[in-house]
Design a protein around this ligand. Structure first.
Ligand SMILES: [Zn+2]
Ligand SMILES: [Zn+2]
Length: 118
């Protein structure tokens, strides 16, 4: 299945090391995996809509347990099919992916953490 991948260097909530966090975004789910310890946060699609309310701008400054990550990636939008910048906001509670061209937005809700046994 086609998916988008991004990397964010950040302190891992599980192993506390500064390590690349590998982000994979599929149409129906998304993952954030620590390259050091393998702990993986899984998110599941909750809804898709056209955002008219600046949801990312509203959510990005909310204080949660961990820092929110605001990323961007140029990719072909699933909705308008253009190659456009996608704004991506990742929090401990969920993940928003929004096309800058058509504002098509996918919201994934946090589901579960897998911690790999060593
Ligand atoms: Zn880790
Ligand atoms: Zn689009």
């Amino acid at each position: 299945m086609e998916f988008w991948t991004l990397t964010k260097r950040s302190r891992c909530y599980n192993c506390s090391k500064l390590a690349d966090q590998i982000i994979e975004i599929y149409p129906n789910q998304a993952f954030v995996k620590c390259s050091n310890c393998g702990a993986t946060r899984c998110y599941i699609i909750k809804n898709v809509y056209i955002d008219n309310n600046n949801v990312i701008e509203c959510e990005k400054d909310k204080k949660l347990l961990y820092d929110n990550w605001l990323l961007e990636k140029e990719a072909e939008c699933y909705n308008c099919k253009r190659y456009a910048i996608q704004d991506i906001l990742i929090t401990v509670a969920g993940m928003y992916v929004r096309c800058r061209n058509c504002r098509f937005t996918r919201y994934y809700r946090f589901n579960i953490i897998y911690i790999s046994e060593k």
